[in-house]
Write a protein that binds this ligand. Structure first.
Ligand code: NAP
Length: 259
């Protein structure tokens, strides 16, 4: 897929991993719809940074967990950019407080499920229907969907069970949507990041510094948002063809098992 004139929606695209993805896609010539919760004035500098790469960039403020917001985001893209070729389901949250399974609350569970699983699942549904319609109108149309899940889709943390469950759910959603969209030529992939520098991991920097130094990852460094960006850009360029539903582990070799 050439990025010429193509439009990508990146949820949670104004910081952290989402911004890493946006920067790489901007450099490759994609037009960008950046979604997030914050007000546009708070992300103005970041949007400017993306525009400086030459990328046409709009900001779609709204929560992926809200039906109305999801509809408004897609309407805005339709009106301002006219098409949508790639959806990157990246927005996500960790529990406000890491709590043991024996104590974690239903409130945290519901919030994480709404944000990390239900939101992207139904955003995918809406985008999938729009992509099918675009393909019907234009045989040359190309679409692609990428879910950013986590190593937590299959590695447990007993102090954030809710988070792990949402990511395991996204892993299944990848397979479901990959199967459903195959007949329309829209591949659906998943990227499972390891430990990546971002606001989400800022509070556990020291813990992971120590773990990485002691061999948690074979590549002994933190992952950076652009490591994920490069993987997503590769997928959107169509360089992993005949492989819908596949998962890329961008985790410094953390998931290589050893005895
Ligand atoms: P982050 O720095 O905390 O950024 C999260 C982004 O998601 C922000 O842009 C935020 O918007 C947006 N967001 C949160 N709730 C939202 C909602 N309801 N609707 C729309 N946008 C929302 O997190 P990150 O580390 O970049 O994580 C990005 C994704 O990667 C998440 O799905 C996370 O689970 C996954 N991941 C992260 C790591 C890691 O080590 N960092 C590892 C594996 C997987 P605002 O900027 O407007 O607040």
């Amino acid at each position: 897929m050439s990025a010429d004139q193509k439009v990508a929606l990146i949820t949670g695209g104004s910081r952290g991993i989402g911004l890493g993805i946006a920067v790489v896609l901007a450099k490759e010539g994609w037009s960008l719809a950046i979604n997030g919760l914050r007000d546009e004035t708070e992300v103005a500098e970041t949007l400017e940074q993306l525009r400086n790469f030459g990328a046409k960039t709009i900001y779609c403020q709204g929560s992926v967990s809200s039906t109305e917001d999801r509809e408004a985001i897609l309407l805005q893209i339709r009106q301002e950019l006219g098409q949508l070729n790639a959806l990157i389901n990246n927005a996500g949250i960790a529990p406000e407080e890491r709590k043991d399974l024996l104590e974690a609350t239903e409130e945290s569970f519901d919030l994480l499920m709404d944000t990390n699983l239900k939101g992207p699942y139904f955003l995918t549904q809406a985008v999938a229907n729009w992509m099918i319609a675009q393909k019907k109108n234009d045989a040359e149309f190309t679409g692609c969907i990428v879910n950013i899940s986590s190593i937590s889709a299959h590695i447990i943390s007993t102090n954030r069970g809710d988070y792990c469950l949402t990511k395991a759910g996204i892993h299944m959603a990848t397979k479901l949507w990959a199967a459903r969209m195959a007949e329309f030529g829209v591949p659906v992939y998943e990227v499972q990041p390891g430990v990546i520098h971002s606001d989400m991991t800022a509070g556990v920097q020291e813990k992971y510094d120590r773990l990485i130094a002691n061999g948690l990852t074979h590549e002994r460094r933190w992952g950076e948002p652009e490591d994920i960006g490069k993987a997503v850009a590769m997928l959107l360029r169509g360089e992993l063809s005949y492989a819908t539903g596949q998962v890329l582990n961008i985790d410094g070799g953390m998931t290589i098992r050893e005895i």
